[in-house]
Write a protein that binds this ligand. Structure first.
Ligand SMILES: *Cc1c(COP(=O)(O)O)cnc(C)c1O
Length: 356
C-alpha cells in the first residue's frame, strides 16, 4: 500500500487501480473491470447498467444477497421488480433451469406483466456451490430467451478453489460478475465488477452518480491485488478448517447440528437439540476464549447461527470453540438427568444474520 501509485482514479489515471481491474478481468475472462467500495455497489451498478429500459424484472434465488440484503436498492436505484425463485427442483441446494422456467415472464406485449430481463445467480450461496453444469444450463437458458445474466460472485473465489477450476470457468458464463475482495480474499475494502467495455463504461458513469468515484484509491487497489495473489491460494486450508469445525460441533453427545452442507468456509450451526442457549454460548466464547460470534443478546427462541471462517482463524481457535460447546452440552445433559428444567426444545427460529 505504501508503495502504491497515487493517481486520480476518477480521471482513470491510477496505475494500481488499473492493474487490479485488468488482473481481475483477465482472471474472469471479461474485457474490463471497475474497482468499487463495496459488493453492494458493484451488484447495484451491474443491474443499473444492464437494465436501462424499465419496466424490467429479474429472477434470483429467494435467499440472494441482491434481493434480501441490499436495502431495496434494485427498486430504488433501477426500478426493477424482483421475482424471487425458490430452489425446489433439487431439494433446496441451488436454483435450476426448471425453477427459473416456473417464474420466467416472457415479453409478450401483455401490459400487465414485467418481463424478465435478467437472471441473477449467487455463488457461493450460504457457502454452497452451484455446480458448473447448472451454471452452463442457466447461461444457455438465458441466451435462448435473450435475457442478460449477472453473477453475484462475492464469494466466487471459494467456489473456484473448492471445485479446483479457474474463475473463468464460472465467471465466463455471465454477462457481468461482482467479486468481493473484502471477504475471503482479506483486503480491507472493495469489490470489482467485470463485464464488457460498454457495461463497465456505464457502470463507471453511475458509480460517479452514486458518489462512489474515488480519487487516490491506488493503495486500496494494491493491497487487494496482493491479497488475490497471496491470500487466495490459502483458501483450501480455510475450507478444511470449516469442515473440521463442523465435525467437532456435531460430535456425538453434543446434540448440535450443522444444517447446511459445509462446502466452503461457512458452518451453519443449530443448537436446538443441545440444550445450549445461544446467548450463553456467545458470552462464554468471548469471555473464556476471546472468540466473538453474534447473538450475545439473542432471545431463547434463537437456536441458529452462521459461522464464517477466514484465513486468519487458527486451528486452536476452532479447538477452543468445540471445547466450549462440548462442555456446555454435557452440562445441559447433566441438568436434564438431574431432573431440573427440561432442555429447551427450541422451535425452528429464523436464521440469524450475523456479520456477513
Ligand atoms: C458481502 C456480500 C455482498 C455485498 O458486499 P458489501 O461489500 O458488504 O456491500 C454481496 N453479495 C454477497 C453474496 C455477499 O456475501
Amino acid at each position: 500500500m505504501q508503495n502504491a501509485s497515487r493517481g486520480d482514479d476518477v480521471y482513470e489515471e491510477d496505475e494500481a487501480v488499473q492493474a487490479l481491474e485488468a488482473h481481475v478481468a483477465n482472471l474472469t475472462g471479461h474485457d474490463a473491470g471497475l474497482f468499487c467500495a463495496s459488493g453492494t455497489m458493484t451488484n447495484q451498478l451491474a443491474f443499473k447498467a444492464s437494465l436501462l429500459n424499465p419496466p424490467a424484472s429479474i429472477l434470483c434465488d429467494n435467499r440472494s444477497h441482491v434481493y434480501r440484503y441490499e436495502a431495496g436498492g434494485l427498486a430504488s436505484h433501477s426500478s426493477i421488480t424482483v421475482y424471487p425463485v425458490h430452489a425446489v427442483a433439487n431439494g433446496g441446494h441451488h436454483i435450476t433451469v426448471k425453477d427459473l422456467q416456473r417464474e420466467f415472464i416472457a415479453d409478450d406485449d401483455n401490459v400487465h406483466f414485467t418481463p424478465t430481463r435478467l437472471i441473477s445467480v449467487e455463488n457461493t450461496l450460504d457457502g454452497t456451490i452451484m455446480p458448473l453444469d447448472e451454471i452452463r444450463a442457466i447461461s444457455r437458458f438465458a441466451k435462448e430467451r435473450n435475457v442478460r445474466t449477472h453473477l453475484d460472485g462475492a464469494r466466487i473465489w471459494n467456489a473456484a478453489i473448492a471445485q479446483g477450476c479457474d474463475l473463468k470457468d464460472i465467471a465466463g458464463q455471465f454477462d457481468s460478475v461482482s467479486l468481493c475482495v473484502s471477504k475471503g480474499i482479506g483486503a480491507p475494502i472493495g469489490s470489482v465488477l467485470v463485464g464488457d467495455k460498454q457495461l463497465i463504461k456505464k457502470a463507471r458513469h453511475f458509480r460517479k452518480m452514486f458518489g462512489g468515484g474515488w480519487r487516490q484509491a491506488g493503495g486500496l487497489a494494491a493491497v487487494a491485488h496482493w491479497c488475490i495473489d497471496n491470500v487466495w491460494p490459502t483458501m483450501k486450508e480455510t475450507h478444511a478448517l470449516a469442515k473440521y469445525l463442523a465435525e467437532g460441533l456435531e460430535r456425538e453427545g453434543n446434540g448440535a447440528k450443522v444444517y447446511i452442507p459445509v462446502e466452503t468456509n461457512m458452518v451453519f450451526l443449530d443448537l436446538a437439540g443441545s440444550g445450549i442457549r445461544m446467548s450463553a454460548l456467545s458470552r462464554r466464547l468471548e469471555e473464556e476464549k476471546g472468540i466473538r460470534i453474534g447473538n450475545k443478546d439473542a432471545g431463547e427462541d434463537v437456536t441458529k447461527v452462521r459461522l464464517v471462517l477466514h484465513w486468519q482463524i487458527s486451528r486452536e481457535a476452532v479447538d477452543d470453540f468445540v471445547e466450549v460447546v462440548k462442555d456446555m452440552a454435557s452440562q445441559a445433559a447433566a441438568m436434564r438427568g438431574a431432573g431440573s428444567a427440561p432442555a429447551a426444545e427450541a422451535e425452528t427460529s429464523s436464521q440469524v444474520y450475523a456479520s456477513r
